[in-house]
Write a protein that binds this ligand. Sequence first.
Ligand SMILES: Nc1ncnc2c1ncn2[C@@H]1O[C@H](COP(=O)(O)OP(=O)(O)OP(=O)(O)O)[C@@H](O)[C@H]1O
Length: 345
Amino acid sequence: MSYLTIAKVSATYGAATILDGINLEIGQGEMHVLLGPSGCGKTTLLRAIAGLAAPSAGEIRLAGRRIDNLPPKDRGIAMVFQHYALFPNMTVRQNLAFGLEQKKLSRAEIARKVEATLDMVALGPRADVRPHQLSGGQRQRVALARALVLEPSLLLLDEPLSALDAQIRKRLRDELKRIQRDTGLTSILVTHDQDEALTLGDRISVMNAGGIAQTGNPRDIYHRPHSLFVAGFIGDGNLLAPEELERLTGIRSADTVVIQPQDWRLEGANGTAAAPAGDEAGEAIRLPGVVADASLSGPSIRYTVTAAGLRLKVETPNHYDSTQFSPGADVVLTLRRRDVHAVTG
Ligand SMILES: Nc1ncnc2c1ncn2[C@@H]1O[C@H](COP(=O)(O)OP(=O)(O)OP(=O)(O)O)[C@@H](O)[C@H]1O
């Protein structure tokens, strides 16, 4: 059942249409990710939900109540921004307490909620310092805690991790996932980072030019894109036009297909280092190719392999004893037929 319902929401700035009739239903407890290129309208949609931007048309309902005509403070929504907006002259604890004091809660209740939230984000030991004494990651945890302590009906996260360096970003991403799961807080996260979207989202909406191109769970969005736009935006798949596919494999398709780099198996043309296709006989497609390029990328080895005049992206697991083929090596590519996916609407 839908907890947050966005129905035919449009937004314009002057003559420009920024959101074009958005429909979206988000379930209670879901972490929903809005993913898309810069300027596609992600932030505008988030701001419309929060009440910071007025839609020109449509309706927004939260927990059965229409909210698009309410002022932001009456919507029960908390928001975390890319750049923390903490009060610099207050301690971490005071930053958290501020919103609760505005709500006129008792001192005892404020103290209880603040301590519980500090625990949740592991900031207890830093509760009495001011923001400038914290690292960027810690500050963003305070910003998150300040939103959580209000126990909102909906949490909006606008690129909360993108100002952080890679390592902290990854750690905070895991932490965010844990906290969101533990609290069961319905959340919407805006990002243009596909790894972040695939890791964090229970479901993902890929946005393009003011509309939603596809909504689905991360596996479907990744493996079953419905359009060339989504296929091109997610992952690093091989997009092959029908004539290219036929030339390469003999398979006929009415549509462009996507083949993910890790779905290929690679072996030496002389039979060395055969990687098992893991398939029933007959289902596999085998074709000769030549390695054009090879590079290590942590857990995998990335190749460019030329075959039938095409340059294919191929990725194999980087085990310590994996054979690494050098440029110029003759190889055989193997593929399961069911990993050839037609990109259709
Ligand atoms: N206040 C404004 N006045 C005029 N145009 C605006 C305003 N805010 C946003 N826009 C335009 O609306 C479009 C969508 O902006 P929005 O910030 O929603 O995109 P986004 O998908 O969040 O992009 P990014 O990932 O770069 O933040 C952009 O073309 C932007 O230039």
